[in-house]
Design a binder for this molecule. Structure first.
Ligand code: PBG
Length: 325
């Protein structure tokens, strides 16, 4: 035999020389769940190891992540039912606890990349990402107005990267215009470009208590059966001024990550979502899988598919692991 591929696998040293993909701490964004008040820490039942934290404890969490090298965070608010209404007015109220906490976080840690989510669902009494009319229709253009106002107060509070996650048409362009008109031309947009109508978001909706009160999200989030449509969304987001494109979820959509990476020169982010985290945790807790190993293999697969950046609940554990190597 002339060709023996096993020669390149013969030792840890040779394997590391020929290794094509690595996951580094600089690739990771850590999602955090913010609670109103102080000294509050509530674990998410379906996401063991992930906590909803009040601002004081969330600041401590960021500090401990910084010590591990994680420097990018996506903060989601847990909004009390009493604050929710049809047009998500708390989402653009600069005095609401979320926006005030964002400012505190950014003032405390100016060096971090602070990302925020732009969508109505955490603040909406309907639990939908857009405004719902009396017939149950999700209104696109009326929703854009709210998204623009929400992005603006978040930018004013100190957000570095705005993450529109609602899948309304034209949102990137609208948000870009609003931000620029108010002097926020340096605030980035990480568009949830190909966001699928997925059942893998279940644990996240538990964490935020944000599940739709009626119907589903299929008229705005993408059909899991489609891939060409992801390219249409990517082209539009690029034209509308997105700085990053995102695919979400990650694991059942590795082909979409690959195809966006091949078609766009923008950085590609993959959102390794709550249900994907929950699966590994559950199997690990039962002793059915080696959690540490499958976590690393999972993150590697997402990078190998073509993602530059991974939003993941595993970020802290992965950073810990990288530090111990
Ligand atoms: C809100 C939003 C969702 C997620 C991120 N932003 C839920 C949804 O669209 O229903 C899901 C994240 C996760 O599952 O980890 N628009």
């Amino acid at each position: 035999m002339i060709q023996r591929p096993r020669r390149n696998r013969k030792s840890a040293s040779v394997r590391s020389l020929v290794r094509e993909t690595q996951v580094g701490v600089n690739d990771l964004i850590f999602p955090l769940f913010l609670l109103e008040g102080s000294k509050k820490k509530i674990e998410v039942d379906s996401m063991p190891g992930i906590f909803r934290l009040s601002t004081d404890l969330l600041l401590k969490e960021i500090e401990s992540c910084l010590a591990l090298g994680i420097h990018a965070f996506d903060v989601f608010p847990v909004v009390g039912e009493n604050y929710k209404d049809k047009t998500a007015t708390k989402s653009f109220d600069a005095n609401f606890f979320y926006q005030k906490s964002l400012a505190l976080i950014k003032n405390t840690f100016p060096e971090i990349t602070l990302m925020t989510d732009v969508a109505l669902d955490p603040y909406s009494s309907d639990g939908h990402d857009g405004i719902v009319d009396e017939n149950g229709v999700i209104l696109n253009d009326a929703t854009l107005e709210v998204l623009g106002k929400m992005a603006l107060v978040q930018a004013e509070a100190g957000a570095d990267v705005i993450g529109p996650s609602d899948m309304m048409d034209g949102r990137v362009e609208h948000i870009r215009r609003v931000l620029d008109a108010h002097g926020h031309e340096h605030v980035s947009i990480m568009s949830y470009t190909a966001k699928y109508a997925s059942a893998f978001y279940g644990p996240f909706r538990d964490a935020l208590d944000s599940a739709p009160k009626s119907g589903n999200k299929k008229t705005y989030q993408m059909d899991p059966a489609n891939s060409s449509e992801a390219l249409i969304e990517a082209e539009l987001d690029e034209m509308e001024g997105a700085d990053f494109l995102m695919v979400k979820p990650a694991l059942a959509y590795l082909d979409i990550i690959k195809s966006l990476q091949q078609h766009s020169n923008l950085p590609i982010t993959a959102y390794n979502v709550s249900g994907e985290y929950a699966m590994l945790k559950a199997a690990g807790e039962k002793g059915w899988l080696d959690y540490d190993k499958v976590m690393e293999e999972t993150l590697l697969s997402i990078k190998r598919a073509g993602a530059d950046i991974i939003l993941t609940y595993h970020a802290k554990e992965m950073a810990q692991k990288l530090k111990n190597i």
